[in-house]
Design a protein around this ligand. Structure first.
Ligand code: NAP
Length: 306
């Protein structure tokens, strides 16, 4: 029996593990994909305090991992398939086995939203991608497009401008959600052309993708954009599948109180999966610390009762 099982090894999950590890709680962190989560594949991170000249996402998250392990957290790459709240404790079933814990912290984060247009699935991995830092290098010297108007899309476009021959940034409105600093860099970059008030109608190609068909949201006119790659960066969808039948959610995100407690005793949530306004590494770290301390307090009271 573990004291706590943390689902997800992103910034929130690893921070929670540092806190529960330091409190001598027997801690297991389960991660289905990449240790560090979305942050691990981010290029340069300039707004995480403590690194005045920025740090690579992979390097930052490797530091988080080492720090959690230093305090005894066990980290395993295993896909969780089911979570149950049983009278004997919280049961976590993975593709490899079953684990029991007194408490759970859900920190499975959020994944990229899909466009849902014709060609998106067909050309996935053959032009369509959700991560410029992972796949951008395949498009050296070729024209590519990015879709989205948030911080992620603008950052993806800027990153790709150093690799591709040309970058189109497709956005459905004429105003960006990204920060003024990023938009300023975007406007100054001569390799990037903004395609505003446009949506992606479909993606076409042969063995690989070759072009994107755009539609103007006002005139409904279509335009063909020659591009070998399309980077979809239109926001996030919380990864709540494992827990949504157990705990309360709102608009697809997990509802917690200020101590990261969900609607079920002993189940906490932290990071991007939580219903909140800001989703940054720094805020995920805050959530993780709070969740780690709350679990520590909860288990002290549980032991007292037992
Ligand atoms: P976001 O801020 O939610 O922006 C999503 C963008 O995609 C919006 O511009 C939205 O358009 C557009 N969009 C949504 N659905 C669409 C659809 N079906 N078709 C076309 N366009 C669509 O998402 P994000 O950029 O991934 O950022 C997520 C969070 O991470 C934010 O809180 C952001 O600040 C944070 N982030 C921070 C950093 C950093 O370094 N600090 C980097 C990346 C992300 P509308 O504008 O019209 O709604």
């Amino acid at each position: 029996m573990y004291d706590v099982i943390i689902l997800g090894a992103g910034p929130a999950g690893l921070t929670a593990a540092i806190y529960t590890g330091r409190a001598w709680l027997k801690t297991l962190v389960l991660e289905s994909a990449v240790i560090g989560g979305n942050a691990a594949v981010a290029d340069q991170i300039d707004n995480y305090p403590g690194f005045p000249f920025g740090i690579l996402g992979g390097e930052l998250m490797e530091n988080f991992r080492k720090q959690a392990e230093r305090f005894g957290a066990e980290i395993r790459i295993e896909e969780v398939v089911k979570v149950d709240n049983t009278p004997k404790g919280k049961k976590v079933i993975t593709t490899e086995g079953e684990y029991m814990a007194k408490a759970i912290i859900v920190a499975t984060g959020a994944r990229r939203r899909e466009l849902g247009v014709q060609g998106e699935q067909e050309f996935l991995g053959r032009g369509v991608s959700y991560c410029a830092t992972c796949d951008g290098a395949f498009f050296r010297g070729f024209p590519v497009a990015v879709v989205g108007g948030g911080e992620s899309a603008v950052k993806e476009a800027l990153f790709l401008a150093d690799i591709a021959s040309k970058v189109y940034l497709i956005h459905r409105r004429n105003e960006f959600r990204a920060t003024a600093e990023s938009v300023d860099k975007l406007m100054k970059n001569e390799k990037i052309t903004c395609k505003l008030n446009q949506v992606v109608k479909r993606i076409e190609g042969d063995t690989v993708m070759r072009r994107v068909i755009l539609q103007n949201v006002h005139s409904k006119e279509e335009e063909v954009l020659q591009a070998e790659g399309l980077f979809v960066s239109i926001g996030l969808v919380a990864a709540t599948e494992l827990v949504q039948r157990l705990i309360d959610t709102k608009d697809g995100y997990v509802v917690t109180d200020d101590h990261m407690l969900t609607s079920v005793q002993g189940i906490y949530a932290a990071g991007d999966i939580r219903s909140k306004v800001t989703r940054q590494i720094a805020t995920a770290v805050g959530d993780g610390a709070e969740a780690g301390m709350s679990v520590t307090e909860y288990l002290k009271q549980l032991d007292f009762k037992e």
